[in-house]
Every structure is written in structure tokens, then in C-alpha cells.
Design a protein around this ligand. Structure first.
Ligand code: SF4
Length: 401
């Protein structure tokens, strides 16, 4: 009825999908593959009374094992893969003098661009998001390595994000045989409900570690994807290496860090690329401001990171949120992501040994034919839905019946 008219996407509600996860877990024919996002490990503990920003990665892995998960993977691994593709893409586009390039890992930003700024769509990176990259690799490379029939695999994501539910149903995010790349998305809130339904309390679980030899290792660069500026910093680390053949001296690119809604910086990448002008926006207000400037031709940037949620995924719409303590909580979660990066022996996506193996044994190189087929996507102008008023839609419906 009315609701459909005012909600043109029909996907704004949060459907509880914990029942479907249990169906998958109890079906002996199905191989369940779980992934959880960079920001989930620093936002989920609060659901069980841990202090804000506690890293509960080990407890989440333990909880998934207790639930009966067959394979536990990390979206951070796929964030590293995204950086391999995106930095190669960015350098290629800079060489062709196509600028700016927007990041494409936030599905709420993709929806926003498709509806409000379709003229900017050619500027979006074609690289899929980490959630979708993980799904597609888990249904192609992983079964090949592990000798599993891909038709038996169901990929279930745990995300700090409601928009990820809508993303997994995009028609262009399917495998050639019609299988979805990702089969189910739980928000962190739903995941907490699922654990409580199964009588699991995160505080009573002994932290566990990943054990999948193909798709669970991650670099510090993959870990910081969950905060504003993190994708940019991860990309700079890898671009620098590609251009100069050696690592960036100061791994932490502090000029990119900050919390203002819209930040800009000039990063010296060197070589033939020189200085790269970057911008980072989080929250839809600053995003709109930046898009208007691009459209008007008054902004001068090479690479732009957009995160729809203020703070980035650390304060995503699927996490526990506090209006009052939003900034303080988001900063605490962010600081834990930075600490995870700092503690990691591998800090660049291209140095992740499992990512290196994926390219060596399966994809060949970023932007290879296979990488293009599996890890890149396209966007479509969906502005038409927004040019109609509710009354226009209503008139059409009542006239046709
Ligand atoms: Fe989802 Fe928000 Fe992160 Fe975008 S910024 S991917 S909407 S949680």
C-alpha cells in the first residue's frame, strides 16, 4: 500500500533472516561459508557488554564454530583483494587522464549515486565491494582449492550495514550460472539475536583463530577499511609500491586520518604519477556537497573515498548505535582498527600471502580477464524512480486498474 509508494527501493527495512541461517546450518547438504566485515569485530562486543571498541574477532570466530559453521572467512581478506584491483584501476585511469575516480565499496553510496548523480557513474571504480569479492571468490577459487561442489556453498555475511542486504540482490552481482555471490546478510544486531537464540554468550567463549589457508589472512591495510579514510590509505600503500617498486617509508599516512565530514589531502606517490589529490567524505551531507562540486567542475581531485555512514562502517547502520555517544564510540572503534593494523606483521594488501597465492594460482594479475569477469561490476542510472512524485505513481496505478 502506501508504504511501497514512499519507499521506492522496497529494501529499506531490516528483515530478520536468522531463521534462514539456521536452515542452512542444519542442512547437511549445504556448506556454510561465513564472512564478517572489518568493522564488525570492533562493534559487536558491545552487544554482549564488552567495553566500546573491544576487538572480539576471536570470540566471533569461536561463536561461528559453536553454531556449526563449516568455513569461517574474513571480509578483510577480500578488502585486500579490492585494493589490488582498485589501485591498478586507479593508476590505469590516471594514465588515461580520467579523473576523479570514486571508491565503490559502500553500497549506500552506490545507490545514492545511481539515484541522484547518474551523470557521475562513469567516475565510479568498477571494483566490487569486499563483501561481493569474498562471495565470488568463495564460489570459484575456494571450491576449486578445497574440492567442494560450488553448488553446495552458501555465503553468509555479517555486516555493520543494512545496505549490504540490498547489495547482495543486485542483478549484476550473480555468477554466470545464476548463483548469487552472497546468499544471506545478517546485520550485527541480527547476529547478536541469533547467538542469543542459540544460548551463546560471547563473554563465555574462548577466542579462536581463523584456520582457512586460502581466504582468511589479512593485512593491516584490509583491517582499516572499516573507518573513514581507511580505503584511501590502503590504496595509497599499494599504489606507492606499484609506482616505485618499494614500500612507502611511513606506512601510516596520517594526513588521510581525521574525522571531519569532508577532508582533502595531496599525497606524493612519485614516479610518473607524482602528486595524487584525494578527498574523503563520510555521511551523505558532505557526500552531496562534494558531488555538487564535481558536477559544477569546481573540484580538482584524482581519487575520492565515500562512506555513506558518518564515521564509516565503524558506525554503520547495522551496528549498535548511540545518538548521544556516536562520535566517541566511533572514534574508539576506529582506534582499535588502527591498533589492529599496527600489530599486524603485514601492513600492505599486496604483501598478504593468501592474496599473492590467489593471484599466482587463479587470477594471474589485477585486471586480468578473469579478475575483470569476477571482481568488477557496472552501475545503472536509476534516477527515473526519483523523478516521479508519490502522486504520479499513485495516478498511474489507479488509472491502470
Ligand atoms: Fe554500509 Fe555505512 Fe559502511 Fe556504507 S559506510 S558500507 S552504508 S556500514
Amino acid at each position: 500500500g502506501q508504504c511501497v509508494l514512499v519507499c521506492p527501493t522496497g529494501a529499506l527495512g531490516e528483515r530478520d533472516e536468522t531463521d534462514r541461517v539456521l536452515d542452512y546450518l542444519f542442512d547437511p547438504e549445504i556448506v556454510t561459508v561465513f564472512q564478517f566485515a572489518p568493522a564488525v569485530r570492533v562493534g559487536f562486543g558491545e552487544e554482549f557488554g564488552f567495553p566500546v571498541g573491544t576487538n572480539v574477532e576471536g570470540q566471533i570466530i569461536a561463536a561461528l564454530r559453536q553454531l556449526g559453521a563449516d568455513i569461517v572467512l574474513d571480509t578483510n581478506f577480500a578488502a585486500d583483494v579490492v585494493i589490488m584491483e582498485e589501485s591498478a584501476e586507479l593508476l590505469r585511469r590516471l594514465g588515461e587522464r580520467r579523473r576523479p575516480t570514486f571508491t565503490s565499496c559502500c553500497p549506500a553510496w552506490i545507490n545514492f549515486a545511481e539515484r541522484h548523480y547518474p551523470d557521475l557513474l562513469p567516475l565510479l571504480s568498477s571494483t566490487k565491494s569486499p563483501q561481493q569479492c569474498l562471495g565470488v571468490i568463495a564460489k570459484t577459487y575456494l571450491p576449486e582449492r578445497m574440492g567442494i561442489d560450488p553448488a553446495r556453498i552458501r555465503v553468509i555475511s555479517i555486516m555493520p550495514c543494512v545496505a549490504k542486504k540490498d547489495e547482495r540482490t543486485r542483478p549484476q552481482l550473480q555468477l554466470a550460472n545464476g548463483m548469487r555471490e552472497v546468499d544471506l546478510v545478517l546485520t550485527t544486531r541480527e547476529f547478536a539475536r541469533l547467538l542469543k537464540r542459540r544460548g551463546l554468550d560471547l563473554r563465555n567463549l574462548t577466542p579462536s583463530t581463523f584456520d582457512n589457508p586460502y581466504m582468511s589472512a589479512y593485512s593491516g591495510a584490509g583491517a582499516i577499511f572499516g573507518t573513514t579514510g581507511g580505503v584511501m590509505e590502503a590504496a595509497v600503500r599499494t599504489m606507492y609500491r606499484i609506482v616505485n617498486g618499494r614500500e612507502l617509508e611511513h606506512t601510516e599516512v596520517t594526513p588521510l586520518r581525521g574525522f571531519e565530514g569532508l577532508r582533502t589531502a595531496a599525497v606524493e606517490v612519485g614516479g610518473s604519477v607524482g602528486t595524487v589529490k584525494v578527498a574523503m567524505a563520510h555521511g551523505l551531507g558532505p557526500t552531496r556537497e562534494l558531488c555538487e562540486r564535481i558536477r559544477a567542475g569546481t573540484a580538482d581531485f584524482d581519487f575520492i573515498e565515500i562512506m555513506a555512514c558518518p564515521g564509516g562502517c565503524v558506525d554503520g547502520g547495522g551496528n549498535l548505535r548511540s545518538k548521544k555517544a556516536y562520535r566517541r564510540n566511533a572514534l574508539k572503534r576506529r582506534d582499535t582498527l588502527f591498533a589492529i593494523d599496527r600489530a599486524n606483521g603485514v601492513r600492505q594488501s599486496h604483501n598478504n600471502p593468501q592474496v599473492q597465492a590467489l593471484y599466482r594460482d587463479f587470477l594471474e594479475q589485477p585486471f586480468s580477464e578473469r579478475a575483470h569477469q569476477l571482481l568488477h561490476t557496472w552501475y545503472s542510472d536509476r534516477s527515473i524512480a526519483m523523478t516521479q512524485t508519490v502522486k504520479d505513481v499513485w495516478d498511474e496505478i489507479t488509472m491502470s486498474t
